[in-house]
Design a protein around this ligand. Structure first.
Ligand code: HEC
Ligand SMILES: [Cu+2]
Length: 476
């Protein structure tokens, strides 16, 4: 609490003194005006540079080794540039001289340095900046080329320093800046290799062998599971131009960066000067970047993913951009769902032709609830919960021997009736998925649950049609 307030006070003081992020000071020895850059935490970045002439940009970056949450209930020892993953973004202008002060806190355990891909010269600054805990280095370079560049620690073992979070980006604005965007965000992807698995809980140690094998437990945006979802979601209004400075720290994986529900109007591929238009997914290599621009038109959540999708849905590489604004049904229709008729044949038979002889008679609740339940199960449940009702580990909970069904059958009926999303524990294992509302009748819900109870839970029928009717009436 206290620390937060102090930090806020400091930031306010900085803003008052520095106007918009960078404070202009007296000219340096080389005659360039000196600007001290105020760094900010991702997904934010310093504001656009409006000056028209070069400056000496002074940046203070402090290496901090910090233990914090990598996922709710799971902790990790991060090594960071500026206390955040990715490291705080540096913003300069083509032709600027950057004076970088790299501090290694005395409380840290290891030496670190920085290699900036925006530097022209061997090692990108790494040899000049290698500092033990309690030391600092000053390194000056000229930002000759415009572009969006990754920086990272290059201390051996380099893969480990990067895997622990030691990467960020420096944006070198071209002399003619990009056209104004309404929102600018800073997002980086990186993988984390832990001895214990995704969301395993507790302090999760780094696993060098998994890093060598390129088998991460986490693939994350901005260094934490849920760093860009829920209350941390990015925001925009419909009609605003959004620009995302996207990079990959790695240390190993290439990202197939995609925003579900948006088309990139422009992608400055590989963070360079040329852009491609109308792009769905852009490939961003480890140690590389892209600048993407799009203008959301309708309200709702757009989802940032690595389109290598098990990374998104099973390892954390997911973020949200919450868009507000009025509906535009001409651009994004509401959709309608209607019955195609249970007995309507997929292929029309010509008049006079007989219906296929092996067509199964429709199973009805009235004639045989158990068979009806089995039919509903085969048609509606097996795709996710599987034919043997065992589910899929980590994704779809089992219906067979489910403590939830056995102990709280009415809750199970409620789930089958209306669907469910979010955290759920079955047989001591936690799930966090979405079961859609399947639009079943009261008889279908009743018969399928009783079928599951008898067939897969060695139980008896557990609900009646009246129970389900009552549950439905309770629904808001
Ligand atoms: C599209 C995939 C999908 C389909 C189809 C589906 N479910 Fe589910 N179901 C899920 C998911 C995912 C969960 C966990 C939801 C959560 O995490 O909140 C779940 C949870 C449940 C649960 C509570 C947890 C448990 O294992 O006891 C029951 C009961 C259930 N489903 C029954 C059914 C029945 C019966 C059907 C068919 C009528 C069905 N589901 C169809 C995905 C599905
Ligand atoms: Cu390091």
């Amino acid at each position: 609490m206290r620390k937060g307030k102090l930090a806020l006070a400091g930031a306010l003081a900085g803003m008052l003194a520095g106007g918009c992020g960078a404070a202009a000071m007296a000219a340096g020895t080389d005659g360039l005006p000196i600007e001290r850059e105020a760094l900010v935490a991702p997904p934010n970045l310093p504001p656009p540079i409006t000056r028209k002439a070069p400056a000496r940009v002074v940046v203070e970056l402090t290496v901090e080794e910090v233990e914090r949450e990598i996922a709710p209930g799971s902790r990790y020892m991060f090594w960071t540039f500026g206390g955040t993953v990715p490291g705080k973004m540096i913003r300069a202008r083509e032709g600027d001289t950057v004076e970088l002060h790299l501090k290694n806190l005395a409380s840290n355990k290891l030496p670190h340095n920085i290699d900036l891909h925006a530097v022209t010269g061997p090692g990108g600054g790494a040899p000049q900046t290698l500092v033990a805990p309690g030391k600092q280095a000053v390194f000056t370079f000229k930002a000759l080329n415009p572009g969006l560049y990754v920086y990272h620690c290059a201390t051996a073992p380099v893969g480990m320093h990067i895997a622990n979070g030691m990467y960020g980006m420096i944006l070198v604005q071209p002399k003619t800046p990009l056209p104004k965007a309404d929102r600018e965000y800073y997002v980086m992807q990186g993988e984390f290799y832990t001895t214990t698995g995704y969301r395993a809980g507790g302090l999760q140690p780094f696993d060098m062998q998994k890093a060598i094998d390129e088998k991460p437990s986490y693939v994350l945006f901005n260094g934490a599971d849920r760093s860009l979802t829920g209350k941390n979601a990015l925001t925009a209004k419909a009609g605003e131009k959004v620009r995302i400075y996207f990079g990959v720290g790695g240390p190993n994986l290439t990202s197939s960066f995609h925003v579900i529900g948006a088309i990139f109007d422009k992608v400055y591929t590989e963070g360079g000067s040329a852009f491609q238009r109308n792009v769905q997914t852009t490939m961003v290599p480890s140690g590389g970047s892209a600048i993407v621009e799009f203008t959301p038109k309708v309200p709702g959540n757009l989802t940032l993913v690595d389109h290598s999708l098990t990374r998104a849905f099973n390892k954390g590489a997911i973020g949200l951009l919450a868009v507000s604004g009025p509906d535009k049904p001409d651009i994004y229709g509401k959709g309608q769902i209607s019955d195609i008729g249970a007995s309507a044949p997929a292929v029309r038979t010509a008049p006079g032709e007989e219906a296929p002889i092996n067509a199964e008679p429709p199973q009805a609740h009235e004639s045989n609830p158990a068979d009806h339940g089995q039919a509903v199960f085969s048609k509606n449940c097996v795709a996710c919960h599987q034919a043997n009702a065992q589910g899929v580990p980590g994704v779809f909970p089992p219906l067979a021997n489910s403590d939830l069904i056995q102990k709280t059958p009415l809750e199970a009926a409620r789930i089958i009736l209306g669907g469910r999303a979010g955290q759920l524990t079955v047989n001591g294992v936690s799930y966090n998925g979405v079961m859609p509302s399947l639009d079943l009748s009261d008889e279908e819900v009743t018969d399928v649950l009783n079928y599951v109870s008898v067939k897969f839970n060695q139980g008896k029928p557990v609900v009646t049609v009246d129970d389900v009717k009552k549950l439905r009436a309770q629904k808001p």
